[in-house]
Design a protein around this ligand. Structure first.
Ligand SMILES: *Cc1c(COP(=O)(O)O)cnc(C)c1O
Length: 432
């Protein structure tokens, strides 16, 4: 299948180019030319399948012509080898726990899947690949863990100094080997715009093979649609309309849900839940898209002032505002409300949320005030990753789980840099 660039629809490339982003013009926001609808018998019997089986069927429908099925199967078996749990919170309201992967954030799903694809496509390459990634915390660690020690691949992570949690920083800066962390004196938006400038830079693209592991890259975004199908498989017999509440920053996760919907999954509506960085909820109110500098919040992985998947959402709904409004409801919440929600969920439902999941919980709670539905909200990280917030704001102690313990106390290695693209360019040219 061909992929088109949503910023420049006449630019069409093969799937391999999408993964490797050898063409990086116009930000590389690719989408498949057409999205196949899944067989209705598959959806009817979906509850008889495991998460890996569901993922394979969904992946095969889109990627099946571009990769041998055996390679796709191998990628799925290796990447998605951890559980995803759906738990009931109350009545017809569920939480989907997406944080049981190796770095304990949902970004493991996309990063590990993409790593499998890059490893497959790199076999026919002679040059080393440079993966450049901007992170607000979780992407960097998931990508680093997924690509650690992979032959022919170098990973450079840009993260905003002082704006990631202690555990996240330990994960980003202690892996070493083919992973380098650049500590940027700026915000996540600065990191993201430095990465975008690098992709647009002609000197760099002449000398290096650069690719993105942010949700700009369709190979990282698309596997996130698998768990929407999986959640549905668990609650398929519920006859109420199905609503997903997605804690959103760059809107890769929500965009993956729209793809699932286009593939035939009966999703009634999405709740786009954000923190104070409310560009999309504002857009849904006013039809005006006003990107803004991000502000720091306790749900820091969602501190995004110019969500890179906005254009994809538009393209998927045919640039039709009423279609977008009919499918997405947006709500934004303050840190104060988020803290209160964490307390409420613990008291009422004996469920410990972390700040991102709490925003999604707030989103669905507001939606349920006026609508009856079967709902699933996403818990995107393990509470221990945000133990500093939970401790200081709420006095809740979260023990560090085994998976994260080995990052504690290790020596941090980062290269400090100001939020200046020229410095990044110089660094990339001199270190490669
Ligand atoms: C990245 C991240 C989000 C936001 O996901 P997007 O796909 O960027 O909208 C939410 N929660 C956590 C914990 C994250 O790491």
């Amino acid at each position: 299948m061909k992929y088109y660039n949503v910023s420049n629809p006449s630019e069409k490339v093969d799937f391999k180019n999408v993964v490797m982003q050898s063409s990086n013009k116009n930000n590389g926001l690719y989408l498949p030319e057409h999205i196949p609808v899944l067989d209705t018998t598959f959806l009817k019997n979906i509850n008889k399948h495991s998460f890996a089986e569901i993922s394979f069927q969904v992946a095969k429908a889109i990627l099946g012509a571009d990769m041998p099925h055996s390679a796709l199967q191998k990628t799925i078996d290796e990447a998605l080898n951890f559980p995803i749990h759906l738990k009931n919170i109350h009545d017809d309201n569920y939480v989907l726990e997406l944080f049981h992967g190796p770095t304990m954030a949902f970004k493991d799903v996309g990063a590990r899947f993409m790593s499998g694809l890059v490893s497959y496509f790199i076999q026919s390459e002679t040059d080393e690949i440079n993966i450049l990634v901007a992170t607000s915390g979780d992407t960097g660690s998931a990508v680093a863990a997924a690509f650690l020690n992979k032959p022919g691949i170098k990973v450079t992570i840009l993260y905003p100094s002082g704006r990631v949690s202690y555990l996240q920083e330990q994960q980003l800066t202690t892996m070493g080997n083919n992973i380098t962390a650049l500590e940027i004196d700026g915000s996540f938006d600065d990191c993201q715009s430095m990465v975008k400038s690098a992709f647009a830079d002609i000197d760099l693209s002449k000398k290096l093979k650069l690719t993105s592991a942010n949700s700009i890259n369709f190979a990282r975004l698309f596997p996130q649609s698998f768990y929407y199908f999986y959640a549905y498989s668990q609650i398929k017999n519920n006859k109420l309309p199905l609503v997903f509440s997605v804690p959103s920053g760059n809107f890769g996760n929500l965009t993956a849900g729209i793809i699932a919907q286009k593939m035939g999954l009966p999703i009634w509506r999405f709740v786009a839940a954000t923190n104070k960085n409310n560009v999309i909820p504002e857009y849904l109110q006013t039809q005006k898209y006003n990107p803004m500098p991000s502000v720091a919040t306790i749900s820091s992985a969602m501190d995004v002032g110019n969500p890179s998947n906005f254009e994809r959402i538009n393209a998927l709904y045919n640039h039709n505002f009423s279609e977008i409004k009919n499918n997405i409801t947006g709500y934004a919440f303050s840190d104060f409300e988020t803290c209160k929600a964490i307390k409420t969920a613990l008291q009422k439902h004996k469920y410990l949320l972390e700040p991102h999941g709490a925003v999604a919980y707030l989103g669905i709670s507001r939606y349920l005030e006026k609508h009856k539905c079967c709902s699933v909200f996403f818990e995107t990280a393990h509470p221990a990753k945000f133990s500093d917030v939970l401790q200081s704001a709420l006095n809740i102690d979260v023990p560090v789980p085994e998976e994260l313990k080995h990052y504690l106390g290790k020596k941090k290695r980062s290269i400090k840099m100001s939020a200046d693209f020229e410095q990044l360019k110089e660094y990339l040219l001199s270190s490669n």
